[in-house]
Design a protein around this ligand. Structure first.
Ligand SMILES: [Zn+2]
Length: 313
């Protein structure tokens, strides 16, 4: 499996069997075509999680070259003819069967793809687009806090060793916010160290793991007393207010590295401002040693850090 860098901080995930490949959320066709050529693969299928341009921008270019099925959420419009999917459906891509999970919140019809069968010792696989990021979650463009919370609960219930393939490299930025929420967390310190080493080596921090997220991601830890307490703390609410005060202008919010805080904290704040009741289950698990083999092709260049760029997702 490959994480193909695109734009400032997107990853286009590609998986293959040595002959045929599938890609997830090709916002740009160039990195996909380059990887197919480089590895001598043919494209077999395209999976799309939601309609944002940085996830669908390459569809027309790929469709022009390959007559392959394009799977996409039924509730969202796509720039090309696609096979509509909703939660409970299943698709097969490159021989792998994926269950479709409805994960609305970031957008109205956002879906995720989950492959749960363990073949040759491989951990389960999740493509979750802009719903779950490592140590964070997607902004609420179209959905409600309740929807996002429900979606994250669904993902938290997946096996702990599930490889979580998010669409953006936001981890270090997210961790700044997570550490403001839970400054005492040893799991956050250890995970931050590991992620910094990865980035320093030019490697992605992804795929993440569900059990790690359950230990470090404040949006997955809404029933933890420390997280609930932090939601009322002056420091955290001040930062959240600051986030809300960012200009929206054309509907997009701009961010930069000086923000030191994560844009995706907004839904988290609202989750607590609008009580969602006691949600069942605590998914806190110990952050296991991250032994999963990192999946990144050595030929892939290091993604840019996006400093000063508009961050829309
Ligand atoms: Zn998006």
């Amino acid at each position: 499996m490959l994480a193909l860098p695109a734009f400032a901080d997107n990853y286009i995930w590609m998986f293959h069997d040595g002959v045929e490949a599938a890609v997830v959320d090709p916002g740009d066709c160039a990195p996909v075509l380059d990887a197919l050529d480089r590895l001598g693969l043919r494209l077999g299928a395209i999976l799309v999680t939601h309609h944002h341009q940085d996830h669908v921008g390459g569809l027309l270019g790929l469709r022009a070259r390959f007559d392959v099925p394009i799977y996409a959420p039924a509730l969202e419009s796509m720039p090309v003819v696609s096979t509509p999917l909703k939660g409970g459906d299943a698709v097969i891509a490159v021989g792998l069967r994926f269950e479709v999970i409805d994960v609305s919140g970031h957008t109205r019809g956002h879906i995720a793809y989950f492959h749960g069968e363990r073949q040759r010792g491989q951990a389960p696989l999740l493509f979750c687009g802009d719903t779950l990021f490592s140590a964070g979650c997607g902004r609420l463009f179209e959905g409600t806090p309740q929807q996002m919370h429900h979606s994250l609960q669904l993902l938290a219930g997946l096996p702990g060793d599930t490889r979580v393939c998010c669409a953006h490299e936001y981890t270090l930025s997210n961790l700044k916010f997570a550490r403001a929420v839970e400054p005492q967390s040893a799991a956050l310190v250890a995970y931050t160290d590991w992620c910094q080493e990865q980035r320093a080596a030019g490697l992605p921090t992804l795929p993440a793991r569900i059990d790690t997220e359950s230990a470090v991601n404040p949006f997955m830890r809404c029933t933890e007393p420390a997280v609930i307490d932090a939601a009322g703390s002056t420091a955290v609410t001040a930062k959240i207010r600051w986030l809300y005060s960012r200009p929206f202008g054309n509907g997009k919010t701009t961010f930069n590295d000086a923000s030191a805080i994560h844009p995706h904290s907004a839904p988290w704040a609202r989750l607590h401002a609008e009580p969602v009741g006691v949600v069942g289950g605590l998914w806190l698990r110990h952050a296991h040693g991250r032994t999963a083999k990192r999946i990144f092709h050595p030929g892939d260049r290091r993604p840019a850090d996006g400093t000063g760029r508009q961050r829309q997702h």
